[in-house]
Design a protein around this ligand. Structure first.
Ligand code: PLP
Length: 417
């Protein structure tokens, strides 16, 4: 049976053209494939009907949700197949995801737990290994847990940029509606980037949490490590600093230093990460925080569930698959280069992106254009409709999807008033 599943996985991999991913990374394409593609592109003839994207129905070019167009790592699929016959058992972390995370993020791990050693009993007598990593079923769940932990008691305050991701301040709005005393401060951005001085100046004695999304969604802008560190050092110790690094893997500079190391130095910092983007598995729901034991102990009071065994296995395998990681980055790099080039020719203003999506100003109400594009099978979004009504955010597609997006956008701009 396992062999049959492996065969299915293998044939699925080739059938669904992991080829398209390889294409953008410049790998494993025959000359004939390249010529055929070059020809279709040169004629500008690609439409959504020519596309069967991974994980979506044929004819739909889904470039709205910041997903990974090349799918998950084949190693992750194998790990799922290998572990699926064990799901009748409660999992006690059979693999070594903590080791894989430590290696990936360049952080030290304490020695493996012996009871009474590097672990700790949590609520309900559960045993937790003391590591820098706090694993959850997706990073959205973690952001909600942070909001619950630090904002739901009332008498609290959250600061987030007015065009930040907005999950935590969104939860705070719900608490406010439910009658809790929560203050929400939204600081303006500067050149579509977090204005850290403004965020710092906004802190009051009531402030419990400040949130930075880096790179930011939806603007795709990036703070340098130095800017982030200076900010963290200036925030009072009693204020929790959330640094959401869902898209950090797409930063152009391979030498870019993430904020992970700051969590070792500052007890009040939590970096959040997800397996939904570069690792291409949002459907599995896996995310994690990097933070102190002090934060983890507080978060555990509000823990309502955990990630599942297949997600753990797939996550560990993904972290070890450098090839898939590099290919995912290459696809995004191609997407950004192609769009920058074409938007410049079209005279459209765009925000240079350090992420797997890009914001572009269409110069007219984007809602109509989005509708028309959707009718032609291309799905994009305009996440900041209020502040930026003429802009859209387009998420990375593979090389062919990106061409269809450009074709359809040009048509729509030519036609829509
Ligand atoms: C900035 C940011 N943080 C967190 C998330 C949540 O991701 P997930 O819950 O899939 O881990 C997203 C999803 O798009 C996001 O854009």
């Amino acid at each position: 049976m396992l062999n049959r599943i492996k065969e299915t996985v293998d044939s699925g991999l080739s059938r669904r053209r992991f080829l398209t991913g390889a294409l953008a990374a410049g790998a494993a394409l025959t000359l004939a494939d390249r010529l055929a593609l070059a020809q279709t592109m040169a004629t500008g003839g690609l439409t959504a009907k020519d596309i069967h994207g991974i994980g979506v129905e044929p004819g739909l070019v889904r470039m709205a949700l910041n997903e990974n167009p090349i799918g998950p790592s084949p190693r992750a699929l194998e790990a799922i197949a290998e572990n699926m016959f064990k799901i009748n058992r409660y999992s006690f972390g059979g693999g070594d995801i903590f080791g894989a995370l430590a290696e990936f993020d360049g952080l030290e791990l304490p020695p493996p737990p012996r009871f009474g050693g590097t672990g700790r009993m949590g609520g309900g007598g559960r045993f937790f290994r003391q590591t820098p990593f706090y694993i959850t079923a997706g990073s959205g769940a973690l952001l909600s847990q942070i909001a619950l932990t630090y904002l739901s008691k009332g008498g609290t305050e959250v600061i987030e940029a007015d065009m930040g991701y907005g999950d935590i301040s969104g939860d705070a709005e719900n608490y406010l509606e439910a009658g809790l005393d929560v203050n929400i401060i939204r600081t303006p951005m500067k050149d579509y980037k977090h204005d850290l001085d403004a965020m710092l100046a906004a802190i009051t004695p009531k402030t419990s949490v400040v949130v930075i999304t880096n790179p930011n969604n939806p603007t795709g802008t990036l703070l340098s490590f130095e800017e982030t560190e200076k900010f963290v050092a200036a925030v009072p110790e009693n204020v929790i600093v959330v640094i959401d690094e869902a898209y950090i893997h797409f930063v152009r500079d391979p030498q870019y230093q993430t904020a992970a190391s700051l969590t070792r130095k500052y007890e009040n910092v939590i970096v959040t990460r997800t397996f939904s983007k570069v690792f291409g598995m949002p459907g599995m729901r896996l995310g994690y925080g990097i933070c102190s034991q002090a934060i983890q102990e507080k978060l555990r009071f509000y823990r309502t569930g955990s990630a599942n065994a297949l997600a753990y296995a797939a996550g560990e395998a993904s972290l070890k698959d450098r090839n898939h990681y590099d290919r995912s980055r290459a696809v995004v790099q191609h997407f950004r280069d192609r769009l920058e080039d074409e938007f410049t020719k079209m005279g459209l203003e765009y925000i240079p992106s350090e992420s797997n999506f890009m914001m572009v100003d269409l110069g007219k109400p984007s809602m109509n254009i989005m509708r028309e594009m959707f009718q032609k099978g291309v799905m994009v979004t305009n996440r900041r409709r209020q502040q930026m009504p003429t802009w859209i955010r387009v998420s990375s597609g593979d090389e062919r999807e990106t061409e269809v997006f450009l074709n359809v956008l040009k048509e729509a701009l030519g036609k829509t008033s």
